[in-house]
Design a protein around this ligand. Structure first.
Ligand code: LLP
Length: 463
């Protein structure tokens, strides 16, 4: 497997092109609305502002590096998904992309549901007041304690991921005197990333129960027999950063095939189908993601058509977008520390963060954009590599990008579209203190997740 293979399948990295930034953009000072949060703009002095707050003020007040989250944009995107799917479908925000109590409150207010995949994500959701019945609990190895907590809290659904778990959840629900609503996660043999998908007969991965070999049908058989479980539907998640809807089409076809088998064998029409998350966002100006209303329309047409063909009542659809909601709403603000031109090779620009706040470039070969945000510049474009301050040569934030040639230490630069899977996958490598998440709105900024301190780290180290 290639070094840059995506955990959900090797193709994610393979399809990313080399030499992405073949030509400099026409205007280095412009901010492409595709990759920047909605309220991002430059003020009269050329300083980038977000939610009406200049980044220079954010850096002064809160320090760098920092994740800066545009609250109005987050709410607008959440609302757009909710509205697009309407009353006959449910949108579960995938908390793994980024979860904090502020975000949970925004989601609750905007009418979204929440997908959590650990006991601690569940605790975060509950502590911020997300009603338990709007929470779905995921994971391929939920502990007994996590299951007890979820069932006890009354979560809306647990997504069953293995044969052992079917029995475990049934047992725990029964011992708590409850009947737990569950879905069974199946693997449909579709793997989709970016512009391509592969449909195979089987799938070699840890999640879900394969449709192949009648395994999913057997799981359904067992779940239907257990008093502690109320089987409400089938779940499928096919990949991430997907632009092409045809993978969903094959997945829906296969899931509906299972629904038909269930009807024929048990006389039961399961009322729900969850098609997971994975919808792509723009990391660079070359990406063209679809709007939520197009996605909702496409998915609903696919499921309706498949169900009509199978003569099944169309089930209620749910989806679990994480990246597509939070990804574009945040950027990471860094200060430039050193600039190292290597004659005949490239110029390295080092910032005060790196792979500890964004592991995606190192892990997936992910592409990002970057801009000088504390001022404008008329200098020539310079092809650079933006790197972090960690003791590792793979500590790359943006592989290839153009920044103005007069870039200098002390300048602020920002990497857009870092709302998803950056803070949530951040580490303390080299004892880095994980950056804060600042929410900006209507000219005001507030800390929603504070910066870690030396004391935080030393408290864990009990000596
Ligand atoms: N539902 C399920 C069952 C999932 O496993 C995932 C993501 C989602 C929903 C949300 O997917 P999204 O809409 O955010 O793509 N760390 C990787 C992504 C891993 C995704 C894992 N599952 C990355 O940074 O690209």
């Amino acid at each position: 497997m290639s070094r840059s293979a995506h955990p959900a399948g090797p193709r994610h990295a393979d399809v990313l092109s080399e030499g992405h930034y073949a030509a400099p953009p026409a205007d280095l000072n412009s901010l492409d609305p595709k990759v920047w949060a909605q309220t991002v703009t430059r003020d009269a002095d050329g300083v980038v502002t977000v939610g009406g707050v200049p980044v220079t003020r954010l850096a002064e007040e809160f320090g760098t590096p920092a994740y800066v989250l545009d609250e109005a944009d987050f709410r607008a995107r959440a609302r757009a998904w909710r509205t697009a799917f309407g009353q006959d479908a449910d949108v579960f925000y995938a908390g793994k992309a980024f979860l904090s109590r502020a975000v949970v409150r925004w989601l609750a207010e905007e009418g979204l549901n929440l997908d959590v995949c650990s006991g601690t994500e569940l605790a975060t959701a509950l502590s911020a007041g997300m009603p338990a019945d709007r929470i779905a609990f995921h994971g391929n190895n939920k502990s007994a304690a996590e299951i007890e907590r979820a069932v006890g809290a009354g979560v809306g659904r647990i997504v069953l991921d293995s044969f052992q778990e079917i029995v475990r959840v049934a047992h725990i629900a029964q011992s708590l005197g409850k009947r737990q609503r569950v879905q069974i996660r199946v693997t449909v043999g579709v793997e989709a990333h970016t512009h391509e998908f592969i449909a195979t007969a089987h799938e070699d991965q840890k999640f879900g129960i394969p449709l192949a070999g009648g395994q999913a049908a057997e799981a359904v058989r067992r779940a239907l027999k257990l008093d502690g479980l109320e089987l409400i539907g089938i779940h499928s998640h096919i990949g991430s950063q997907i632009f092409d809807m045809s993978g969903f089409e094959v997945a829906a076809h296969r899931v509906v095939g299972l629904l038909r088998e269930i009807r024929d064998e048990h006389g039961v029409e399961l009322p729900e189908i969850d098609l997971g998350g994975g919808l792509g966002i723009a990391y660079t100006s070359d990406d063209d993601p679809r709007e939520p209303h197009e996605i909702a329309k496409a998915l609903s047409e696919i499921v309706t058509r498949e169900c009509e063909a199978a003569r099944l009542r169309t089930p209620r659809i749910s989806v679990e977008p994480g990246r597509a909601i939070v990804g574009p709403t945040a950027f990471t603000l860094y200060e430039v520390g050193t600039i190292k031109p290597l004659e005949g090779l490239r110029t390295y620009v080092s910032v005060d963060g790196g792979m500890s706040d964004n592991i995606r470039t190192a892990l997936y070969d992910a592409e990002y954009s970057v801009a000088l945000v504390s001022r404008t510049s008329d200098a020539e474009p310079l092809l650079v590599r933006v790197v972090g301050k960690h003791c590792e040569s793979g500590d790359i934030v943006v592989k290839d990008a153009f920044l103005p040639a007069d870039l200098a230490p002390g300048d602020l630069i920002a990497v857009p579209a870092t709302g998803a899977y950056c803070r949530s996958m951040a580490s303390n490598y080299n004892h880095a203190l994980r950056p804060p998440v600042l929410a900006v709105r209507d000219g005001a900024a507030r800390v929603v997740v504070r910066r870690e301190t030396e004391d935080d780290l030393l408290r864990l180290d009990v000596g």
